[in-house]
Ligand binder design. Structure first.
Ligand SMILES: Cc1cc2nc3c(=O)[nH]c(=O)nc-3n(C[C@H](O)[C@H](O)[C@H](O)COP(=O)(O)OP(=O)(O)OC[C@H]3O[C@@H](n4cnc5c(N)ncnc54)[C@H](O)[C@@H]3O)c2cc1C
Length: 463
């Protein structure tokens, strides 16, 4: 903070703050005016903050999956979410003293007024999913802010390949629904949906309906790894390279692959790209031989949501910063010494880092220790740099050559004026001493000359 304060002139800062304030007021006014004009209530998930919704109804889909419908406080309110978004649900699993936060993707129309629907698969010993499955109509659930995934732009790609595994179909389904219901969007979609058994083909009815309604734009392939039916009508096996090679038949220009599924599936598929798969397919057709070489990661493959560690890191940074600035403001009234700042950063890092790590399913103590250390070391380094900068701000900066000469690693020495004067004085003294010696010599010679002359005059024969 200090660095910014020092480098940005006060006038610019004031103008910036005023600008932001103005923009904020303008946006708020525009926003409220728009809603006032249209008589629409404020979107339910607008901005940051918590939202508590009442569970209206539940529906069992299969042995481990349920659909949960939540109602908005105002029946004409809409979600305000965009493609693709998920909601962070705050759950309170039994026996856990800290809440557990997990993202869940709405499967209902994001513009639908009055309600929102989630589809939740329960994992064995799953904390959040177990809690959500235990909820009864009339119970309420709190949501933290919404989580934005890939920001879809209509007609950005001519064809999108969507690879979904298990409950990973929910974000992919939200995308399919949003694209197909937009009459201006002409993107073609191919879904490859991999599940364990036939009963795990979630949202199958809806997907079948879309395939019938939009035969030119939407098609799908279901693949079942452990089919229960003897003569299953579905492809058997995982989503693998062979399946993708037979699916990706189009030119790779302007196509994109989206992946959403269990971490292991995402990891194994991420390294296969649309480009490499089409290339391999084309080469195989020509030569009928296997194309050597491993597929490389490229920008054409995209996970729909940020990596969980990116999400966790952002939450941690946000929590640490918030906690730290509040302690500094409330307890120290923004007058903490550098040492106190280091302690506050360590404390905030530990508490916030530990809590977020725990909330996102990690272990509390390692999170606490690592983040308090990071907080302390980070703040101390900042303090050291800040002190160094302050000291340097008060001294005039030296030219580059002089700084080089000042370095103990360079065998040159830079001279100050006093050093230089001292050396000159030494020289003058030594010259004066030499002059004095020469004077002595001249004196002696003159003496010799006079004494020689005198003796020559009295006894010229001695010469
Ligand atoms: C952006 C996003 C959107 C999501 N949307 C949905 C959704 O709409 N519906 C839905 O049901 N889930 C969705 N999930 C997954 C969800 O957030 C939770 O991860 C899931 O419910 C498990 O949480 P838990 O607390 O019950 O399990 P945990 O207590 O964290 O884990 C219990 C056990 O289940 C295993 N497990 C946890 N998650 C998975 C997984 N994804 N695949 C395989 N095994 C797993 C763990 O390894 C562990 O053994 C989404 C995830 C993300 C990142």
């Amino acid at each position: 903070m200090t660095i910014i304060q020092r480098t940005i002139p006060k006038a610019i800062k004031v103008a910036g703050v005023a600008g932001f304030a103005g923009l904020g007021i303008y946006c708020t006014k525009q926003f409220s005016t728009a809603f006032a004009e249209s008589n629409e209530p404020k979107p339910v998930f607008s901005g940051l903050g918590f939202t508590t919704l009442r569970l209206q109804s539940t529906k069992t889909v299969n042995h481990n999956t349920k659909r949960l419908v939540f109602e908005y406080p105002n029946e004409s309110a809409r979600s305000g979410l965009t493609l693709t978004s998920a909601l962070l649900a705050i759950t309170h699993p039994e026996g856990s003293w800290l809440p557990t936060i997990r993202p869940y993707t709405p499967i209902s129309d994001l513009d639908e007024p009055g309600r929102i629907e989630l589809m939740v698969k329960q994992y064995p010993d799953g904390k959040a999913s177990g809690y959500l499955h235990s909820l009864k109509p009339g119970d309420s659930l709190r949501f933290a802010t919404s989580l934005k995934g890939y920001q879809w732009k209509q007609n950005e790609f001519s064809h999108a390949y969507l690879l979904a595994g298990g409950a990973g179909i929910t974000p992919i389904y939200q995308l399919i629904k949003g694209i197909l219901k937009n009459p201006q969007d002409r993107t073609k979609l191919t879904l490859v949906f991999g599940v364990n058994s036939e009963e795990d083909l979630l949202l199958k009815e809806e997907l079948d309906r879309y395939a019938t309604e939009f035969p030119e734009r939407f098609n799908y392939i279901y693949t079942v790894s452990r089919p229960k039916e003897e003569n299953s009508s579905y492809r058997t096996g995982y989503i693998d390279e062979e399946l993708l090679r037979s699916t990706f038949r189009e030119s790779t220009q302007n196509t994109k692959v989206f992946i959403c599924g269990p971490p292991a599936m995402e990891d194994s598929l991420r390294y296969l790209t649309c480009e490499s798969l089409v290339y391999r397919y084309a080469s195989d057709l020509k030569s009928q031989t296997t194309v050597p070489g491993t597929a490389k990661m490229s920008g054409q493959t995209k996970s729909l949501y940020p990596e969980p560690n990116v999400l966790t890191s952002s939450l941690k940074v946000g929590a640490v910063t918030g906690l730290r600035s509040n302690i500094l403001k409330l307890h120290y009234e923004d007058k903490a010494t550098p040492k106190q700042r280091a302690y506050v950063s360590a404390l905030s890092g530990g508490v916030a880092g530990g809590a977020v790590t725990r909330l996102m399913g990690g272990r509390l103590v390692p999170g606490l220790v690592v983040f308090s250390l990071l907080g302390y070391v980070g703040q101390s380094s900042y303090n050291a740099i800040d002190t160094w900068q302050m000291e340097n701000a008060n001294t005039t900066s030296k030219p580059f050559l002089q700084r080089m000469a000042d370095s103990k690693w360079i065998p040159l020495k830079s001279l100050s004026d006093d050093d230089y004067r001292g050396i000159l004085n030494e020289k003058v003294l030594s010259i004066e001493a030499e002059i004095a010696l020469i004077d002595d010599k001249i004196g002696e010679l003159e003496k010799l000359k006079t004494s020689g002359l005198e003796s020559g005059n009295s006894d010229p024969a001695a010469k």
